[in-house]
Write a protein that binds this ligand. Structure first.
Ligand code: MCN
Ligand code: CUM
Length: 777
């Protein structure tokens, strides 16, 4: 089925926040810090306020008077809404200028006079804990360092024992550099506070409207039932639109101060400089094996750069997210990982960009280590993986760090990959071309994803348990409206969720409309991230539809004057067991449910039903990827020739949408592996503030994807579906990097950090690798 929403998107008829025009709207612009670390000694707003079109200039002091200068982050830290004492990263919000039009607001920024007293910045996370490192968060009571958290998973002693006895140990420092989600639509908000009713309406481009409502209530003190968050069409999120940003709070304050709607739309540089980034994990990984390549254990230490405020969007029990899925797809005796989070003078955050809560970093590390082990043992990397993959009979499988993988047939996926790619022929071609002095590289990766957070008792964000609601209304004519708590940013929920209901009720998907993105019109739920929509909200939709079906059964039994137990279901219809001609369609039953038909005692009329779904476990999709690159050693240029991907996300609701998700994720992977980097100079100046510097992959950089699938249903999801949204982003960077390293084997290159730009590859060949996190050295 093609996507319903595309009817408006391909006509340019989508509605994004910036398209929303409320009468009397004022426009805002944010004044940002030019320095990475500095004390603010004075702010003079008089000249800006004298600008004829400026209505209000909000500073940290103005907010402090109202208790709004600081706000909680998703990790339970606090973040300055507008800087009062210090600025802590370049691009930090210092003042919010509200004017009659966006141009005047921009112009007036130059009229705000801020005196800064520069301080030395912490740019390299590896120096953040040095005793003489400048203390970034001196606002935190009693804290005199840049330490945020220490966290570990797995059995350290058991892991050390296995390592001590292992015949082969391979170790590598691996940086997963700072990258950015870079959605096409940047962040935007309109806050509209009604002084008469006390109602606050916030139009925002968000992945989690309900969580935003609760957070806005907590931050502003406005009662939650008077807040409505509307998220119209969202032009991409990729994790960037999970947090609340300071300008959103400023827009609310601005609307309360002016009595008018206040709109703010971020520009590209602001988005790249100041909104939540991803990764920035300095990892030291070790892998232990027997001489014949049986992988025994993994040991990992991580230094995590969280920027100036810890805005990471992890479930609160897991400050390092699901990083402890570092055991990957292999049968290990033991594993241990420890993560230390630090503050640096960089934009806050710590998670976003199709990451599944740090599974991206974990997967990348494991798959690099497996390739390094293959190099060490001189075995084929496909063969080494095949020998160590979990076997189907081991599921459900509890890995060494505690996750219970729900289902999988890994060897089948890898075998399909090798066959689809023509692996043996590729290796033969590589050998031939090496003779000719050409550098073809073949890279593999195998990944296990963990998507669909909760259950609620293990996973929450700011105390909100991860469950989702769905409400299904069936009108008298049998047409249905499904209201869901998750929010599409391009994933096609209006189509797939209609398909779920249509499948359960046996009606056409065009007879089901999906409502989302308005907290006044939809049930509560945690929103779309961690590829949780299908696993959680999709399950809620399915369960609500099954309740409708059961109600329909009782109504049908009254219509047919038989016991409900004597009825059997076939798509769209309840009929008398053994007599399919004596039956009633859902449409007929819906009409009867609203009619004067006498229903059994205790049975309400109508068919509407709802469900709150608290998933019993995550779902664990997986996949096997293969990338073929050609490297020009003279220039360091990498060209991706082929990319073959086998994905298993259980039952596919809409195969073409799933393939679209995989295409996007594979492109992400090529971007991260070869070109995307948020870099800083030694003064903490951000070096990637435009798409001229922060490179995104285009069609030119991507081959024609070759996809294949296996289907291993999730045993605990009502439809057997697992999430897919982030799989390819998680799995693909390792395949690309492994391919480039494979191509560079004749040069004795073992490892180079992403992004593998021409400069990085060329330098690796010269034996002087670039420091991946600093574009310059
Ligand atoms: N689907 C399906 N069958 C399955 C699994 C999924 O048909 N077995 C369909 C779903 O019904 C949905 C789509 O595939 O239409 C993605 O579903 P799911 O895996 O549940 O992921 P979410 O809908 O929760 O999307 C979130 C995920 C995340 S976290 C990021 S980051 C990301 C991604 O989606 N951001 C995206 N893909 C994106 N795609 C677009 N276009 N834009 C983004 O911002
Ligand atoms: Cu972590 S990016 Mo997605 O989960 O929105």
């Amino acid at each position: 089925m093609t996507r319903k929403e595309d009817a408006r998107f391909v006509r340019g008829r989508g509605t994004y926040v910036d398209d929303v025009r409320l009468p009397g709207t004022l426009h805002a612009a944010v004044l940002r810090s030019p320095l990475a670390h500095a004390r603010i000694t004075a702010i003079d707003t008089r000249a800006a306020e004298a600008h004829p079109k400026v209505r209000v200039v909000i500073t940290g002091a103005v907010l402090a008077d109202r208790g709004l200068a600081w706000m909680p982050t998703l990790s339970g830290d606090v973040q300055a809404v507008l800087a009062t004492d210090k600025v802590r990263f370049q691009g930090q919000e210092v003042a919010f200028v509200i004017a009659d039009d966006p141009y005047s607001a921009r112009d007036a920024l130059a009229l705000v006079d801020v005196d800064y007293d520069p301080l030395p910045p912490v740019v390299d996370a590896r120096t953040a804990l040095d005793p003489d490192a400048p203390v970034i968060r001196d606002d935190r009571e009693g804290r005199r360092d840049n330490h945020i958290f220490d966290w570990e998973a797995g059995d350290a002693a058991a892991t050390d024992r296995v390592f001590a006895g292992a015949a082969v140990v391979v170790a590598q420092d691996v940086l997963y550099p700072r990258v950015h989600p870079a959605p096409l639509e940047t962040c935007a908000v309109i806050a509209d506070h009604d002084v008469v009713t006390g109602k606050l309406t916030v139009w925002a481009t968000t992945q989690a409207p309900h969580a935003h409502r609760t957070l806005l209530a907590t931050i502003t003190g406005i009662p939650e039932h008077r807040i409505r968050v509307v998220s119209p069409d969202v032009g991409g999120g990729f994790g960037n639109k999970v947090p609340i940003y300071p300008a959103y709070v400023c827009a609310v304050a601005g609307s309360m101060l002016t009595g008018r709607p206040v709109k703010w739309t971020e520009d590209r540089s602001e988005n790249l400089m100041a909104t939540t980034f991803a990764r920035d994990y300095h990892m030291h990984g070790e892998i232990a094996s027997t001489v014949d390549g049986k992988i025994l254990a993994l040991r990992v230490r991580v230094l995590a750069d969280h920027g100036a405020f810890n805005g990471t969007a992890q479930p609160s029990k897991y400050p390092a997210g699901f990083f402890h899925i570092v055991t990957g797809s292999y049968d290990l005796e033991a594993a241990h990982c420890s993560v230390t989070g630090v503050y640096t003078n960089k934009a806050p955050g710590g998670v976003a960009y199709a990451c599944s809560f740090r599974v991206a970093e974990a997967s990348f590390l494991v798959e690099r280590l497996v390739d390094l082990l293959a190099l060490e043992l001189d075995v084929d990397p496909a063969e080494l993986r095949m020998r160590n993959l979990l076997r189907p009979e081991q599921f459900p499988y509890t890995c060494s760090t505690g996750w219970e993988y729900d289902s999988g047939d890994y060897p089948r996926a890898l075998a399909l990959l090798l066959e689809t790619a023509g692996y043996r022929e590729l290796r033969a071609e590589q050998a031939r071309r090496r003779e000719l002095g050409e550098h073809l590289g073949i890279g593999l990766s195998f990944f296990t994803e963990a998507v669909g957070a909760g259950p609620r008792k293990h996973m929450d964000i700011v105390g909100l348990g991860m469950a989702d609601g769905a409400e299904l209304r069936v009108h008298p004519t049998g047409k249905a409206v499904l209201r869901i708590s998750v929010q599409s940013q391009g994933q096609g929920h209006e189509t797939t969720f209609a398909q779920i209901v249509a499948h359960e009720l046996g009606i056409g998907p065009d007879d089901v409309d999906v409502v989302h993105g308005d907290t006044d019109a939809t049930p509560f739920g945690l929103g779309t991230y961690g590829s949780r929509s299908t696993p959680v909200s999709g399950a809620a939709a399915s369960m609500a539809a099954r309740k409708v079906r059961e109600r329909a059964r009782i109504v049908a039994s009254a219509m047919l004057e038989v016991s409900p137990d004597d009825l059997e279901w076939s798509p769209g219809r309840w009929s008398v067991r053994g007599d399919p001609t004596a039956g009633k369609s859902i449409t007929e039953i819906a009409a009867a449910a609203h009619s004067d038909l006498d229903l059994p005692d205790g049975v309400e009329g109508q068919l509407d039903a709802s469900c709150v779904y608290n998933p019993p476990n995550l779902t664990f999709p997986f996949g096997a990827y293969l990338c073929v690159v050609e490297v020009d050693p003279g220039t360091g240029q990498v060209v991706v020739r082929r990319f073959v991907a086998v994905d298993d996300c259980g039952v596919r609701i809409n195969p073409s949408i799933v393939e679209g998700q995989v295409h996007g994720g594979l492109a992400d992977g090529i971007g991260v592996a070869l070109m995307e980097l948020i870099a800083f100079d030694p003064d903490g100046n951000h070096l990637g503030g435009s798409f001229m510097d922060y490179l995104l992959p285009t069609a030119v950089d991507c081959p024609s994807w070759e996809l294949a699938e296996t289907v291993t249903p999730s045993p605990h999801h009502p439809l057997g579906a697992k999430g897919i949204g982030e799989c390819a982003t998680v799995g693909s960077p390792a395949a690309v990097v492994n391919a480039v390293m494979d191509a560079l084997r004749p040069f004795g290159v073992r490892h180079a950090d992403m992004p593998l730009t021409p400069a990085a590859v060329w330098r690796a060949i010269q034996g002087r690798p670039l420091r991946g996190d600093l574009a310059i050295d």
